[in-house]
Design a protein around this ligand. Sequence first.
Ligand code: NAD
Ligand code: LMR
Length: 327
Amino acid sequence: MKIKRIAVTGGAGQIAYSLLFRIANGDFLGPNQPVALHLLDLPQFEGALKGVQMELDDCVFPLLKEVKVGSDAEEVFGGVHYAFLVGAKPRGPGMERKDLLADNGKIFVGQGKALNNAASKDVRVLVVGNPCNTNCLIAMHNAPDLPRTSFHAMTRLDQNRGVFQLAQKANVHTTEVTHMTIWGNHSATQVPDFLNAKIHGGPAVKLLDRKWLETEFVSIIQKRGAEVIAARGKSSAASAANAAVGALKAITEPTPHGQWFSSAVYTENNPYGIDEDLVFSFPCRSKGQGDFEIVKGLEIDSFLKEKIAITQKELMEERDLVRGLLK
Ligand code: NAD
Ligand code: LMR
């Protein structure tokens, strides 16, 4: 089998320290797909990157055929088929993710350009670095030769968090919770959709108290990232890496019949009337190899509608803040 080349930015950071080993172990592309890892970090972290490379070497992963490290984005992105854009500052206690925009937004100008110039033309990109929706918008605007549908921002961690909370409340295993949709921004305005979620194949709203769903459930998911930071002193890392693997895997593999997953994607021609030229989380399904569509026709009641309008407004405001970085 031909090697698949996978870039991970922020290679010396905490998410990468979990993500790289999962990819090398075959958790992303499966047990038969040989991979090469291309790691990017800032020049001052090249030494740390070399340490990560040594550790990857010492794991003797059967699927890992090559590890490249560097601080030149265009060099590192050469020929990559997948790119996990993780490298960016994390927030600290008391901050919102959009407070990172001034520092992190500009990273995605250079990385969008570098992907445009050096990556494989069928590259699939997952933006993890926060605020991930708007960073993703910046990257795609700066990669004019790549289809905008090749870019995703990660709301998979929010989806997983939603699954866990519903399962815990209903006292069932997480595998019994499906169709968990996140609408909008990976932020405190995100909309975890309990209306369309299913437990044991039936509506979650039939099993759980609507009041709890509308108040506590929504709030727990919206604030879970901040809660982890308050408890750990650092933002989520292993669960973020796990979600990143799940997010790109979902796009790469055909979605089982009747299911969907959440991913933040470009809003052009979206079936829910969301403002164009945003990166917004929707229910998506994949035909495999990165060919996905937004799932149409989900019920949106007045509660969800109001919340979706709020998250849309926030994304429009973030876009206004980065106008100068968009093409
Ligand atoms: P970290 O500080 O441990 O690591 C970030 C790494 O990125 C560092 O090694 C840093 O040197 C590197 N970096 C910074 N600028 C870079 C650039 N221009 N090019 C390449 N590398 C660069 O942070 P972390 O905990 O790994 O988190 C990374 C990002 O992911 C943060 O923005 C965090 O908020 C975000 N995050 C998103 C989600 C999500 O669900 N979307 C979940 C968790 C974390
Ligand atoms: C998360 O949701 O855990 C990440 O986006 C990190 C953060 O800042 O909350």
